[in-house]
Ligand binder design. Structure first.
Ligand code: ADP
Length: 265
C-alpha cells in the first residue's frame, strides 16, 4: 500500500483537512517479487547438478580414472545428474510456457478407459522395480474433451510421484468416475482420484506443495530424480482445462490427489 498525505486548502482557509490518497501496489510488487524469486530459484536449482558434474569430472581427471570401479560409479553420477539437468530444463521451459498461457490446448474426445490403460502401461516398469501394485478402476465408456498429451502429462506426474513416494510393496491406485449425471445425460464432470499408500505429506506442507520447487524433503526428492516442478505443472494444466485439483494426506498412511475436470469445454 502506498499512502500520500496532502494538506487541503479550501476558500482561503490555510488548513481545511488532509487528503489521503491510497494506491494498492501490492499486486504489482508481488508479481515483481515472484519473478525475481523464480529466477533466483532456477539459478540455484541449475547450479547444484552442474557443480556435481564438474566436481566428479575434476576428480576423475585428477587420477580417479585409474581405478575402474570408482571411475564407473563417478561416471554413473555424472550421467544421472546430466539427466536430471535435462529434465529440469525441460520442466522450466514447459512451466514458463504454460504459465504465460502460450499453450493452446489441442482438444479432442478422449476415451478414458483406453487412455488410462495405456497411461498405466507406461508406468508399469517403474512400479515393478519397487514391487508396487498399480490398480485402475474406470467407469465403463467414459469420454471427455481434453488435450490428450497434457492429460497424460498430468496423470504421469501424479502416478510417478505416487510410485516415488511409496515404499516397496505398496499400492498406487487410480479411479475415474462420472460426476453430476442428470437424467441419464452425459456427465458434467469427471473425477480422477490418484491414491497411494506412501509416506504421506505433513499437514503444514500441504498448502505449499503446488508451489514451484517446493519439496517436503529435498534430499528425498533429489534422490528420486525429482525437479520440484511436477505438481506446479500439473496444477496449471488442470486449470487450463478449467478443472480443479486438491490433495488429502496422512503421514505414514498415504496421499490422495483429486482432480475434477469438465467433460466439455
Ligand atoms: P518432486 O520432483 O520433488 O517430486 P513435485 O512438484 O512433483 O516435485 O512434488 C513436490 C513435493 O511434494 C515433493 O518433493 C514431495 O515432497 C511432495 N509429494 C508429491 N507427491 C507426493 C506423494 N504422492 N506422496 C508424498 N509426497 C508427495
Amino acid at each position: 500500500l502506498e499512502i500520500n498525505l496532502r494538506p487541503m486548502v479550501i476558500g482561503g482557509e490555510d488548513f481545511a483537512g488532509i487528503l489521503i490518497v491510497l494506491h494498492d501496489i501490492t499486486a504489482v510488487r508481488r508479481l515483481e517479487r515472484m519473478r525475481s524469486e523464480f529466477v533466483a530459484n532456477v539459478s540455484h536449482e541449475l547450479k547444484t547438478p552442474v557443480a556435481s558434474v564438474k566436481g566428479f569430472a575434476e576428480t576423475l581427471l585428477a587420477g580417479a580414472l585409474k581405478d575402474e570401479e570408482t571411475a564407473k560409479s563417478f561416471l554413473q553420477i555424472i550421467y544421472d545428474e546430466s539427466e536430471r539437468l535435462n529434465r529440469l530444463i525441460g520442466d522450466i521451459l514447459d512451466l514458463s510456457k504454460i504459465e504465460s498461457k502460450r499453450v493452446p490446448l489441442q482438444l479432442s474426445p478422449v476415451h478414458l478407459n483406453s487412455f488410462m490403460d495405456h497411461t498405466l502401461q507406461m508406468l508399469a516398469p517403474e512400479a515393478q522395480k519397487k514391487n508396487i501394485e498399480l490398480k485402475l478402476q474406470v467407469e465403463e465408456d467414459l469420454y471427455m474433451e481434453a488435450d490428450e498429451d497434457r492429460l497424460r502429462q498430468i496423470m504421469i506426474n501424479l502416478l510417478s510421484n505416487g510410485i516415488s513416494y511409496t515404499p516397496d510393496g505398496g499400492k498406487v491406485s487410480v479411479t475415474v468416475q462420472a460426476m453430476n449425471v442428470v437424467n441419464g445425460e452425459d456427465p458434467e464432470n469427471i473425477r480422477f482420484v490418484i491414491a497411494d499408500t506412501g509416506i504421506g505429506i505433513p499437514r503444514k506442507d500441504l498448502p505449499r506443495i503446488f508451489e514451484r520447487f517446493y519439496r517436503v524433503d529435498k534430499a528425498r526428492s533429489r534422490s528420486s530424480g525429482g525437479t520440484g516442478l511436477g505438481l506446479s505443472i500439473v496444477k496449471h494444466l488442470v486449470e487450463l482445462h478449467k478443472g480443479h485439483i486438491s490433495v488429502e494426506s496422512e503421514v505414514g498412511a498415504g496421499s490422495r490427489f483429486i482432480i475434477e475436470l469438465p467433460v466439455l469445454h
